[in-house]
Write a new protein. Sequence first.
Length: 440
Amino acid sequence: MNRVLIVWAFGLLLSLWGVFASAQHPRDSCYDSPASACDPCGFAKPEPCEKSIFCDSTPGCKKSSLWDKVSVYGWIEMGIQTNNHGCTNEYTDAPNGPCSRNLDAFSGNTYLLMTQQQTDFHVNQVWVGVSKKLDTRRGFDWGFQMDTFFGTDGKYGQSFGDHTFDYDWGTGDYNTAIPQLYAEVGYRNLKVRVGKFASTMTHEALPAPATFFYSHAYGCFNTPLTFSGVIAEYKVSDRVSFSGGWTAGYHNSLVNRFDDSGFLGNFTVRPTDKTNISYNIYFGRSNGFDSVADAGNYGRYYDTATHVTQTIIFTWNISKKWMYMIEGVWNNNNYEWGPTDWSTNAHGINQHLIYTINKQWAVGARIEWSHAKGTIFDITGQGADLYELTFGANWTPTPNFILRPELRYDWCNYYDGFKPFGNMKHSDQLSGGCAAIFKF
């Protein structure tokens, strides 16, 4: 408990100091909106943004050469997250998937995606990207994007689904990933993207500056974070667009070692200038192994599996000060292994309420409920209900720096009395943390 309060107090004191030490800085339209309302560089945020803080997309700006159209950007995120149980990090030899790789799922900050390491100071992301944005207002154009990063978040951006490409680039807590590497072409309102790209299925994206809170919601466990494939998008009007295409499963590269296949679709509508509704769906099939030994090597304990994930994200810029978001997640998986069939499912609701005090300050709250059965959250197989409440602040004294302290409380209702927190000794957990983001 004392460590949680110390970390929270340290971040809060730094932030309060900034109120008096920082000067006013001119901001573009991104900074006049609540944090995370604008997408840094095309990472799947449906909200409109006239000018990105990284990528120059100013309407009507004429470029003189190809190099003028290429943007290079990046950031460094580092921080610490601790819990009141003093639960230390423990490690296993399990090689499969980002949750079981190295860090024991029940040690450290259990279930806190991307802030699972406890008490130790960590570098979460050292991110560098390069892109050429499409501009099809005059007809045909082409573009590309490549993002790579190193840090404790690296394993979540790797192609761990089929153990290819960037998988295993790293050791221990630190890994390197290429979450996006794609080319695209477009003509007027149509564009086609080929390669590996970040998911649009969740409000809390993988890049640190695209999220308000340091820790992530449970919904991130239940939605894919990266895809590889071919996606076409058509913009019907300024208020309506849809996309769809083939992917090599999810969390896979185009190597697609197991011949997985799926469909990824999106429909986005802006009913008003202040509201946005996005519906996303993935359904597909993955292939496993007959032998236990081969299945264990890749974490595919099945012959075949079918997956369906759906999300609905509603955002509302209530005013220049207030922003509200609600996200619904539904995830279902059916497995076959010889004569045995079984299924897992997870669904939940995640809500954000963000208040922008001024150009330097914003505060927010997140409340979430998640129900899981047969997943990592549900060891007994009887089902589990998890809840979390997070309070956080963003202090942005300059366009290139963000300080993000937060305080979070998690609790659960497990059947059979199972307790997931503090090395399986507690049914709730209080955690606190603070992260700093330096953008360049």
